[in-house]
Design a protein around this ligand. Structure first.
Ligand code: SF4
Length: 262
């Protein structure tokens, strides 16, 4: 399936996004050196037992990468996404309501329930099926955002239970992230809309099938792809995403790191 060619601005944003990925990977290496050990256990998958929204242009980045995979792998991913999308979550019912307060409560509760679903791109042997192309959200774990409480990696230099170290957002990342957002805000704002990652990637990979599937997904879980559903993101959710963790600043202030001797 061909993905329609995005505008120049979006293409430029994708290149900038790739540079941001590189920068995050570099910071992960620096942090790991300074803390004296690996900050992540390969193929552990603990951080992946959740599902999350990403901006539309980030979904395109992942979909373009998947389209370069061998056909069997590509199809396997599409099947995984489809299974996830159609999976019934009994407590979750996508609902519209004109009753403001009740609607807000339902939205937040159902958003959280959907958030707890495992990522469909995590294989049965806990490997990420798109690892080199995974999103900023995934790359940021343990680097610019704290590890989950149940993270199994050993405590490193200066760390103790409840006090894992990570890097503040006030690094080279923040200007890069701001530059991407400014570019798109100005020239292609619709590409900044937030959507559930599995729905978004599937919609890019299988646009014709998605038209029908999206109606069924709205009965199974708190799905979001259409612009009508952009309200799925609350201010709290946005604060919670990607590189925005304010605790990062505190953690780095406390981070007693010696200069590296090379
Ligand atoms: S995309 Fe990959 S790294 Fe990100 S949550 Fe899914 S399986 Fe994990």
């Amino acid at each position: 399936m061909d993905i329609p060619e995005p505008s120049k601005a979006v293409q430029q944003a994708l290149v900038m996004q790739q540079n941001l990925h590189r920068e995050l990977d570099f910071l992960a290496t620096v942090l790991s050196f300074r803390l004296g050990g690996p900050i992540c256990i390969p193929d552990c998958g603990i951080c992946c037992h959740q599902s999350f929204p990403i901006p539309k242009f980030s979904g395109l980045y992942i979909a373009v990468a998947i389209n370069t995979f061998p056909e069997d792998d590509r199809q396997h991913i599409i099947n995984q996404l489809e299974k996830w999308l159609l999976k019934e979550v009994p407590e979750v019912r996508f609902r519209f309501s004109s009753d403001g307060q009740a609607e807000e409560e339902v939205r937040i509760r159902e958003y959280r329930l959907t958030h707890r679903l495992s990522c469909p791109l995590l294989s049965s042997d806990t490997k990420c099926l798109i690892y080199p192309w995974r999103d900023v959200v995934c790359r940021a774990y343990t680097v610019t955002r704290p590890s989950p409480k149940n993270c199994p990696r050993p405590y490193l230099k200066g760390e103790s239970p409840g006090d894992r170290r990570f890097i503040t957002t006030k690094t080279s990342l923040e200007p890069q992230r701001t530059a991407i957002i400014s570019l798109l805000k100005e020239r292609a704002p619709e590409w900044l809309g937030m959507y559930w990652m599995p729905a978004l990637v599937y919609a890019f990979l299988e646009p014709e099938k998605w038209a029908d599937l999206s109606k069924r997904v709205q009965q199974t879980k708190y799905a979001s792809y259409h612009s009508d559903n952009l309200w799925t993101m609350t201010a709290e959710d946005v604060r919670d995403s990607a590189l925005m963790h304010p605790e990062g600043v505190e953690a780095v202030r406390e981070l007693n790191m010696e200069p590296l001797e090379l």
